[in-house]
Every structure is written in structure tokens, then in C-alpha cells.
Ligand binder design. Sequence first.
Ligand SMILES: *Cc1c(COP(=O)(O)O)cnc(C)c1O
Length: 386
Amino acid sequence: MTNFNTKAFEKLETPFYYYDESLLVRTLDNLVSASKKHNFHVHYALKANANDKILKHIISAGLGADCVSGNEVKKALSIGFSPNNIAFAGVGKSDYEIKVGLEYDIFSFNCESTQELEVINQLAENAGKIARVAIRINPNVNAKTHKYITTGLEENKFGINPWEFETVINLLEKCKSLQLVGLHFHIGSQITDLDVFKSLCIRVNEIQDWFISRHILVEHLNVGGGFGVDYTNVEENLVPDFNSFFQLFADFLELKPGQQLHFELGRSVVAQCGSLISRVLYIKNGQNTNFAILDAGMTELIRPALYQSAHLIQNISRLDHLALHKYDVVGPICESSDCFGKAILLPETKRGDLIAIRTAGAYGEVMSSSYNLRDKANVYYDSDLN
Ligand SMILES: *Cc1c(COP(=O)(O)O)cnc(C)c1O
């Protein structure tokens, strides 16, 4: 059970992000023991949350880094991830970003097109380096998640499609400054149906067999991230069930002798440890509904506006009140999509009440913007308030 320190919160300027480091550490312990059982390697996807304090816990737990921009690579290096533990994916890496990766001899460039392979080869040759590359493959597996976070279907911009494999193999033979080290897959995010990962395993086995039939055996397979979290029953599932997740891959993915299996988890590592804390500015009585207007909006947390996602919303000033009323909980931004939830049941809510929007540790603060010239929200950790 999460006990927010509402007394301490009362004194703080809202809105702010609040991170529970002890929950993060518990989550990491759980993840590490579950993955170690199978000798699996986990890289943390920095794009979910790149706060220094959070990254330091992740380094202490021994995870690598999965980056999707040159600045994320630099961030990972500056905070202390070892270069040989950094993978760099992304459908549109600029020359500058590739040069950053080459300069530091990162573990792997996860390449998303044949043209990108040629460009990395050229830039590596110019730098007198051999670039380690994995090819990101589009396996055409439906992640059964929101369409904006589905990445592994033919219609998506990500990855190399199977009909290009022959071209890729011929190209790799010519590219003397590339070393193929892995096959990479990432089919989407917030995947809650484990059967989806089973379908992925079956596809990866088939694709790996095809490459082996062409005498290509890579040192690692990377099945990406995407493991979902529970946005509804938050308290019951504060720590995702990493045991079942990794066990599924142990059961269904056919690794060859000596081959490593890599994961790139973002959301499942950090989502539950973060909450967006905000105050009610106004209550407005509408025709069919009441509006609770908060001082936080889509500028602080864009997921509801962008993906129609639903976060658990709690009035933490009145947790002991039992009678519930319906509110549309909205932000102050001049967009009708700036709405955290419709017909949300809350105790009778008043101006000044503190509202917690839960499961906001992933793709929350990192996606914040200054639209409407808003200030950046403050950030607090449990260690600051005790
Ligand atoms: C975003 C991303 C991830 C992390 O996804 P989560 O759903 O947060 O686990 C992993 N790999 C790649 C290539 C990504 O783009």
C-alpha cells in the first residue's frame, strides 16, 4: 500500500512529480533476480525516464542502457553506463548521432533500414572503426496495444522486413566496417497479454532458423521491451510479474548454445514508482457532469491526450471519505484533449485538494512540454521528504 506523505506534500508547490525510490529498488531487485535465473541480459530504455537519481539506481542494479538518440547515448555514458552495455536503436539516426556511438564504441547499433547500414558502414570506415550492429527486424506480430505504441507490424515505420533479408545479407558481406552481432525485435509497448510475447518467440525462432540456413549465427538475440503494467489495480500490482515474463521466453525462445538473450525494458521498470501530484484549482458544475480542474495538464503528462490512456486518479486529501461523486478530471491547457479522465469517481472534491495521478513514472516527465509557456514541474523523491 502506498502511503503518500500528504502532510509534506501540502507544503510543496504543485504540480510536481513524486518518485518512490524504495519501490523502484524493490522493482529492480525483483527484475534482476527473475532475469538472472535464466542468465538473461536487461538494458533499460532511457526514454521512459532519464532522471539522474533513477538512472543511478538502474546502474547499481547492473542493467545496461537502451538509447534512441545521440543525447540519450551521451546521457547514459555521463551517468556511468559502460559503453559496452549501451545499445542504440531508432529509425532515424542522424550522422552526428551515429558518430557519437562510434566514438565511444557502444555495444550495438540496432539498425532499422538497409540505407542506415550503408551509412553506418561509411561513417565507421571514415573513423577507422568496426561498428557492431544488430538488425532490427519487423516480425509482423500484433502487440494488441494502442495503435500509436504498436511498432512491429508491416504498416509501421520500424525495422527491416523479411522480404529484405536477402538484400541485407548481401549488403553485410560488402560492408567491411560492420560486424553483425545480433537480431533485434521490439513490437510495441504496454503489452499486457503474454500470448503476444509467445507469438513473438515463435516468429523469432523462425527468423533465426532462416538466418542459420544462410550460415549466419549471431551472438545475441534482443527481443526489446514492451512488458505492460497495471494502470487500474495499481496497489495490487506495484511490482510487475517479471518471473512470468522471463519464464515465457525461457519456455518458448530457442536459444542456440552460447547465444545470449537481451531485453530492453522501460515502462515496467519505472512506471509504478512515479506519480504526478497536483492541486484542484476549481470545481465547475457542468450540464451532465462536474469538472475538477487541476493545476497539472497534458503539458506534465501527455499520455491520456496522446494515447487515450487511463491513469488511476486519487484524491489523496480525502482518502477517508466514502461517498463518491463523478468528475471529469481536466487540466488547464487550452485543448479539449487535456483531460485525465471522464466520469472518475472521487470523494466530494474541493478547491485545494491534492490529486495523485498514479503510474506516471514512465513516459510522463520525459514527455512534458512548455506548451502555453508552462513552467517545468518540480520533482521530489521519497528521500527528500522523510
Ligand atoms: C521504447 C523502446 C523500448 C522500451 O519499451 P517499453 O514498452 O517502455 O518497455 C525498448 N526498445 C526500443 C527499441 C524502444 O524504442
